[in-house]
Design a protein around this ligand. Structure first.
Ligand SMILES: Nc1ncnc2c1ncn2[C@@H]1O[C@H](COP(=O)(O)OP(=O)(O)OP(=O)(O)O)[C@@H](O)[C@H]1O
Ligand SMILES: [Mg+2]
Length: 235
């Protein structure tokens, strides 16, 4: 079976004024459907840049990226947008909820954007697992950070996208909320069969994955070359 994600020599260079900033210097990897991959590495090593490429939010300067059979470099902007809406759920460190909408509408908006209606049973299940039942009428300003992140996760999961990209989803959370978010990601992976990729600085969070990718200076490196890594690798 072909890999779910195939990246070959992916490069991304940002242009700032007259200066080129190489954020990804050629990364190659494969992710199988059903993998839970964690990405670790120092600040500035290119982790978020990689996620923007995977999510179709920006285009690579060079290299090849195939997701679920679609070669992203060959897609038009609107085709990439469609791919993102239908197949990818994003979770960010800063929850990115819409401030004027309550929790239910913030979750619903993912379905409106994708042009689909989520299975109501799945909606209730996800919101129940995340303990959001009593917060559905609250706006983001009326929720704790942990609650906001659980809403953001529900929004990312509700359409059952094939790929979940979580960029430091527990970076602003206490340990209890972190565990809830991580367990939900694990459940999405194991029970709902979604492929998960998660950036984290926390070795305990990284251990939720079945594979770890270490990045440094825009490249994938062996674990011993990651100066910040003190955790164990999952089996
Ligand atoms: N929009 C941009 N324009 C110019 N340079 C950028 C831009 N975004 C990121 N960079 C640069 O690219 C490099 C990689 O940044 P990136 O955000 O991918 O790192 P990161 O690994 O996610 O770091 P962190 O752990 O701090 O979130 C950094 O040197 C950064 O300064
Ligand atoms: Mg980042």
């Amino acid at each position: 079976m072909p890999a779910f994600i195939e990246a070959q020599n992916l490069q991304k260079t940002y242009r700032v004024g007259k200066v080129d900033v190489p954020a990804l210097r050629g990364v190659s990897f494969e992710v199988q459907q059903g993998d839970f991959v964690t990405i670790v590495g120092p600040s500035g090593s290119g982790k978020s840049t990689l996620f923007y490429l995977l999510g179709g939010l920006t285009q690579a300067t060079n290299g090849r990226l195939v997701i679920d059979g679609d070669d992203l470099s060959k897609l038009s902007d609107s085709e990439r947008t469609q791919l993102r809406k239908k197949k990818i759920g994003f979770v960010f460190q800063k929850f990115n909820l819409l401030p004027t909408l309550d929790a239910r509408s913030n979750i619903d908006i993912a379905q409106e954007i994708a042009g689909t209606k989520a299975d109501p049973a799945h909606f209730d299940r996800v919101c129940g697992l995340l303990g959001l039942d009593k917060r559905m009428d609250h706006k983001p300003s009326e929720m704790s950070g942990g609650e906001q992140q659980r809403v953001a996760l529900a929004r990312a999961l509700i359409n059952r996208p094939a790929l979940i990209l979580a960029d430091e989803p527990t970076g602003n959370l206490d340990s209890k909320n972190s565990v809830t978010v991580l367990q939900m990601l694990r459940q999405a992976n194991v029970e709902f069969g979604q492929t998960v990729m998660m950036i984290t600085h926390n070795p305990e969070a990284a251990a939720y994955g079945n594979r770890i990718i270490h990045m440094r200076d825009g490249e994938i490196v062996a674990p011993e070359l990651d100066p910040q890594w003190t955790g164990h690798h999952p089996a």
